[in-house]
Design a protein around this ligand. Structure first.
Ligand code: GDP
Ligand code: GDP
Length: 472
């Protein structure tokens, strides 16, 4: 449950930031592409390199839509990167040479004290050496030359970045780091767009001054969490310091809220996504809910500022329609209406959290699963895949948090999304999985397996840590 380090790619427009970004994450995005419902246009991604995990951000994608002078854009970008990122890849353009704007940014980055990797892109033509001499004027110890477009040099850069990243947590990372509260304390992230009321919510729980801090080790930047006690039970509110003291940029520019959300979501069990009830659901809200969903976290959708809503009954109905339409991929998430200001129903959130945490930890015995499975497959004609009938053999639960199931079939490729969705709905209903995504993965199994082999197989078949491939 370590906070993943954030790596930002910074540089002038057109130096090739998004080309580099796509090169690094391209493969991973292709893998998750088949998850419907979640917005795909993104400038950030969850990556792995040499087993190290990090969040990669293309700051170019956060450029304001207005036609600002270029240096203004860069200034914002750089400020953002310095504020939010742990490491920075500063990309320049070998074909343009070293420009004054580059020098200005380099200076700001150096002053920030962050670790910066300097890289010259578009080094793919004839005059390699000549191109690079200009960049020695930067006065940095080392820079990389690469071609994002053709793929040369970028893996050396990433090797160097990865070498500095923290080791992934051990498989048995169920216990808390030293000094941190016990792992059994649920971790709660409070996320949402700027001004939806996150810090008001935190303040309503903790009070303006009372803040019990617990530095969590194993993080790359100081994340201050707060322990909150409700009826004798503890909850760890993740990154409350960050929520309260938002930087100038991340406060003002809506798109940046995704970056902050990404970081805290990685460490939580349940994400409370705050929406502004007086504004309705925006695209940015969809993105933030999508993020928590993809990360496999428990989700509660919270309509804050409910005190401002006039015709509450009517508004609630409209909102629920909207939620079910626009946040359909997370239709398991409970929806609460609260007011952080009047504190109405604020603590009710914790009852929901308890229920979600419990169902995320639930493990269903294989025999029980298959009784259900036999019943539901009996009513469903198996599809044909490339002329063959797809056979569903059995299902086992491979993991918890989120509950993850392995569906054993003869042709995994023949299992359609609508079918796993069908099974998911039945699992939810039968075993009361509440407020959490479920994962169902089709796996190859031969037909002639004996019952004994099945149990063996079920024991051996553990979920891979993230289920994702390396981005190389
Ligand atoms: P951004 O504005 O920094 O995100 O830049 P883009 O990634 O959109 O790239 C700008 C242009 O540079 C595009 O036309 C790319 O195809 C081109 N480009 C990116 N990387 C390279 C490279 O390694 N070599 C060459 N020759 N062109 C590149
Ligand atoms: P954040 O950016 O998400 O942390 O939002 P803030 O907590 O700073 O709240 C933004 C604004 O909304 C502030 O002016 C708050 O007083 C106001 N606000 C927050 N929650 C509520 C609420 O429940 N009701 C009303 N009426 N205003 C709220």
């Amino acid at each position: 449950m370590m906070q993943k380090p954030v790596i930002a790619i910074v540089g002038r427009p057109n130096v090739g930031k998004s080309t580099l970004f796509n090169r690094i994450v391209g493969r991973y995005l292709a893998i998750v592409e088949d998850m419907p419902g979640v917005t795909r246009d993104r400038n950030y991604a969850d990556c792995q390199w040499e087993g190290k995990q990090f969040l990669l951000v293309d700051t170019g994608g956060f450029e304001p839509e207005t036609v600002d002078p270029m240096y203004l854009k860069m200034r914002e970008q750089t400020t953002l990167a310095v504020e939010e990122a742990d490491y920075i890849i500063f990309l320049m353009d070998g074909q343009d040479g070293l420009l004054p704007a580059d020098l200005e940014v380099a200076q700001r980055l150096r002053a920030s004290g962050k670790t910066v990797f300097y890289a010259v892109n578009k080094v793919d033509g004839e005059r390699h050496e000549e191109m690079l001499t200009d960049f020695f004027r930067l006065g940095v110890e080392r820079f990389h030359s690469l071609s994002a477009k053709h793929g040369s040099g970028f893996s050396d850069l990433l090797d160097e970045v990865a070498a500095l990243l923290p080791e992934p947590p051990a498989e048995s990372a169920g216990t808390a780091a030293e000094g941190a509260p016990e792992r059994s304390v649920p971790r709660i992230a409070i996320i949402g767009r700027p001004n939806v009321g996150k810090s008001s919510f935190v303040n309503s729980l903790l009070g303006e001054d009372r803040m019990i801090v617990s530095p969590v080790s194993g993080t790359t930047r100081d994340a201050i969490d707060s322990l909150y006690t409700y009826y004798g039970k503890q909850y760890l509110l993740v990154d409350t310091a960050g929520i309260r003291s938002r930087g100038r940029i991340s406060q003002g520019v809506e798109k940046y809220s995704v970056m902050r959300a990404m970081k805290s979501v990685g460490r939580c069990d349940v994400a409370l996504v705050l929406l502004d009830a007086s504004e309705g659901i925006t695209e940015q809200d969809e993105r933030i809910v999508g993020l928590a969903h993809e990360e496999g976290k428990g989700i509660i959708i919270i309509l804050n500022k409910w005190d401002l809503v006039e015709d509450k009954e009517q508004a609630y109905k409209k909102f629920m329609d909207d939620v079910r339409l626009r946040l359909k991929f997370a239709d398991y998430a409970p929806v609460l209406t609260i007011s952080a200001v009047t504190r109405q129903r604020v603590t009710k959130v914790f009852d929901e959290i308890d229920r979600i945490v419990e169902s995320r930890n639930r493990h269903i015995p294989t025999a029980e699963l298959n009784r259900l499975f036999e019943r539901i497959t009996a009513h469903h004609e198996p599809p044909i895949y490339r002329g063959k009938r797809v056979k569903y053999y059995y299902v086992t639960q491979a993991g918890v948090r989120p509950p993850t199931f392995a569906l054993f079939v003869n042709y995994p490729a023949g299992v359609h999304f609508s079918y796993t969705r069908y099974i998911e709905n039945h699992l939810r209903e039968a075993f009361d999985f509440y407020g959490t995504p479920l994962r169902i993965r089709a796996r190859q199994r031969r037909a002639e397996q004996t019952a004994e082999e099945r149990t063996e197989g079920a024991k051996k078949k553990k979920r891979t840590p993230s289920g994702r491939k390396k981005t190389r």
